[in-house]
Write a protein that binds this ligand. Structure first.
Ligand SMILES: Cc1cc2nc3c(=O)[nH]c(=O)nc-3n(C[C@H](O)[C@H](O)[C@H](O)COP(=O)(O)OP(=O)(O)OC[C@H]3O[C@@H](n4cnc5c(N)ncnc54)[C@H](O)[C@@H]3O)c2cc1C
Length: 479
C-alpha cells in the first residue's frame, strides 16, 4: 500500500492518535503564545515502508523524486516546496525552457561548459544520465523537442509549460506527493539515524515534523538550503552570482545600444585580483546594451570569472578585439588599400568591408580617435591608420559593475563536490542524505547546461535512493 505522511487538524489528532501506531507520530499541541499544532501521521500498515523527503520542487527535486518512485514504488516520496513547483522552469529560456544542450556528446567537452564542476563532471556523471538521456526521457513522455543550430534544445511548443506539465503529470501518476507553500526550516538526526525534518508554513503559525529515512536537498541557490546542508555537517562554498552582463563606463556606448557583433575576442583584467581568471579570453557574439555589454561571450566570461569578479567588486578592464579573424598587419593593409582606393571619400562614410562592421560602430571608433567631420581618406596619416587598427584589435573598456541578465542567471558556490559521491549524489558526511542541482558548487554557461546538471543529479540521486529503498524492502521481506 502506498502511504505518506498526512497533515491533520488538532481535533483530528485526538481521534487519530490511536491509529498512529506506526513508525512515527509526532505532534505538538498549541502553547499559550502560539496556537499551532503539528503532527505527522503514518497511514501505513506495513512497518517496512520508508520515506524520502525531497526539499525543493525545482528541476532537480521533481526529476529525482520521479526517479526514486519509479525504482521503488513502495517508497513514500514527499516533495516539500516553499513556493510554486518548477517556477524557474516556467521562466527559463525566455518562457521557452532551454531543456539541455544537444551538441555535446563527449563528456569532457560537455564538462568544459561548467566553470564550477568542469574537472569533476568529466567522469561518470553524464554517462549515468546525459543530454541524450534527458531528451529521450521527455520524448518518451510525448514532449517533442528541437535542437537549434547552437545546440540549445527547446520543446517544439516553444513553451516551458509543456515541460512543467510533463514533469508534474509524471510525478502524479507515479504517486509522488507534492506539498507546496511549506518550507523546510531545519533538520536534525534522530537516535535511530533518521532525519527529523521541521516544516513550516509561511503564512500561518503551523509546524510539522516528518521523520524520513532519506533526504534529498534540491533547494537551488536558496539560503535556507545551504543552512540545512550546514546543519547536517556540510561546508558551503560562498555563493556568488554567475552569468551576468557588464556595466561599462563609456557614455558614447549608448549610441551603439542594440548593435551586435557576431564575433569578438574579449579579455578581462581585474583591478584587485592578481591571479588570472581561468578561460579569461573568450570568443563569440557580443551585444551592446544601454549600460554596457551582453551576449554569449560576455556571459561566458562572467561565468568563468564569477568568483574573481566578485572579489574585485566587478571592476576592471575589458579588452575587445573587434576583428578577431584578422591579424593586425592585415587590418593595417586593408586600411591602406582603402585609403588608396577611395582618397576622395569621407572617412566617416566608408571603411573596408573586410572588417564586417556596422557604420554606427565605425563612427564610434573614429570618435575615440577624435576623428569627426569631413576628413577625407587622402588626409589620413599613417600614424592614424595604425592607431585605428590597434583600436579595432585592442579596444579597452572600463568595467564598472555587474548588470542584470534576465534570461538566465545562476549561482556559483554551494555544497562542495568533494563532500558528495558523484556516482550516487550521496553525502560523504551524512549517510542517506543526497544533493542535486544548483545547491551544489556546480554551474554552467548558458545553453541548457544548468538544467542538465539538475536532471543528471536528480536522476542519479533518485536512482541511488530508489535502489537503497528496494534493497531494504527486500531485506525486510526476507525476515
Ligand atoms: C530567469 C532564468 C532563466 C533560466 N533559463 C535557463 C535555461 O533556459 N536553461 C538552463 O539550463 N538553465 C536556465 N536557468 C538556470 C536554471 O533555472 C537553474 O540552474 C535550475 O532551475 C536549477 O534547478 P534546481 O532544481 O537545482 O533549483 P531551483 O529550480 O532553484 O529549485 C529549487 C526549489 O527549491 C525550493 N526551496 C528552496 N528552499 C526551500 C526550503 N527550505 N523548503 C522548501 N522549498 C525550498 C525553491 O522554492 C525552488 O522551487 C535559468 C535561470 C533563471 C533565473
Amino acid at each position: 500500500m502506498n502511504t505518506f505522511p498526512r497533515f491533520v487538524s488538532r481535533s483530528e489528532i485526538i481521534s487519530n492518535i490511536s491509529t498512529c501506531t506506526k513508525n512515527y507520530a509526532y505532534f505538538r499541541i498549541s502553547n499559550n503564545r502560539r496556537r499551532y499544532c503539528a503532527v505527522t501521521v503514518s497511514l501505513s500498515t506495513k512497518s517496512a515502508e520508508e520515506t524520502l523527503v525531497v526539499v525543493g520542487s525545482g528541476a532537480a527535486g521533481i526529476y529525482g523524486a520521479i526517479r526514486a518512485k519509479t525504482i521503488a514504488p513502495d517508497l513514500n516520496v514527499v516533495v516539500i516546496e516553499k513556493g510554486k513547483p518548477l517556477s524557474k522552469v516556467k521562466i527559463s529560456g525566455g518562457g521557452r525552457c532551454n531543456v539541455t544542450n544537444g551538441h555535446c556528446v563527449d563528456n569532457v567537452i560537455l564538462a568544459g561548459n561548467y566553470p564550477r564542476g568542469n574537472k569533476e563532471l568529466r567522469g561518470s556523471f553524464f554517462n549515468m544520465h546525459g543530454p541524450t538521456d534527458t531528451m529521450s526521457w521527455f520524448s518518451d513522455r510525448g514532449v517533442e523537442l528541437t535542437t537549434e543550430n547552437d545546440g540549445r534544445v527547446f520543446p517544439v511548443s516553444n513553451s516551458s509549460s509543456t515541460i512543467i506539465d510533463c514533469l508534474l503529470s509524471e510525478a502524479k501518476s507515479r504517486g509522488v506527493v507534492l506539498q507546496t507553500g511549506k518550507s523546510v526550516t531545519s533538520v536534525s538526526m534522530t537516535g535511530g539515524g533518521k532525519f527529523s525534518i521541521k516544516i513550516e508554513k509561511r503564512t500561518v503559525d503551523y509546524v510539522e515534523y516528518i521523520e524520513a529515512n532519506y533526504m534529498m536537498i534540491a533547494t537551488g541557490s536558496s539560503e535556507q538550503g545551504y543552512k540545512l546542508a550546514n546543519h547536517l555537517g556540510h561546508s558551503i562554498v560562498k555563493p556568488v552570482p554567475s552569468l551576468f552582463t557588464f556595466k561599462i563606463d563609456d557614455f558614447q556606448l549608448v549610441e551603439l545600444s542594440g548593435v551586435t557583433f557576431p564575433k569578438v575576442r574579449v579579455k578581462l583584467k581585474l583591478d584587485t585580483v592578481q591571479k588570472s581568471i581561468p578561460e579569461h579570453t573568450q570568443v563569440g557574439p557580443m551585444l551592446v546594451t544601454h549600460w554596457g555589454f551582453s551576449g554569449p561571450v560576455i556571459l561566458r566570461l562572467s561565468a568563468w570569472g564569477a568568483r574573481e569578479l566578485s572579489e574585485s567588486v566587478y571592476k576592471g578592464s575589458l579588452l575587445v578585439d573587434f576583428v578577431p579573424d584578422l591579424h593586425i598587419e592585415d587590418v593595417k593593409s586593408f586600411l591602406i588599400q582603402h585609403k588608396n582606393k577611395f582618397p576622395k571619400q569621407k572617412v566617416v562614410n566608408s571603411f573596408p568591408s573586410e572588417f564586417g562592421l556596422v557604420k554606427r560602430f565605425w563612427r564610434f571608433i573614429l570618435e575615440h580617435e577624435d576623428l569627426v567631420g569631413d576628413l577625407l581618406w587622402a588626409s589620413v596619416s599613417n600614424n592614424l591608420l595604425i592607431s585605428i587598427a590597434s583600436h579595432l584589435k585592442n579596444c579597452s573598456f572600463r568595467v564598472k559593475g555587474k548588470g542584470q541578465f534576465k534570461d538566465e542567471f545562476v549561482t556559483a558556490g554551494g555544497v562542495p563536490l568533494a563532500e558528495i559521491s558523484l556516482n550516487t549524489m550521496e553525502s560523504r558526511i551524512q549517510p542517506r542524505l543526497f544533493f542535486a542541482g544548483e545547491v551544489l558548487n556546480v554551474d554552467g554557461v548558458t545553453g541548457g547546461f544548468n538544467f542538465q546538471n539538475a536532471w543528471s543529479g536528480g536522476y542519479i540521486a533518485g536512482t541511488s535512493i530508489g535502489s537503497l529503498a528496494t534493497v531494504s524492502d527486500l531485506k525486510e521481506g526476507a525476515l
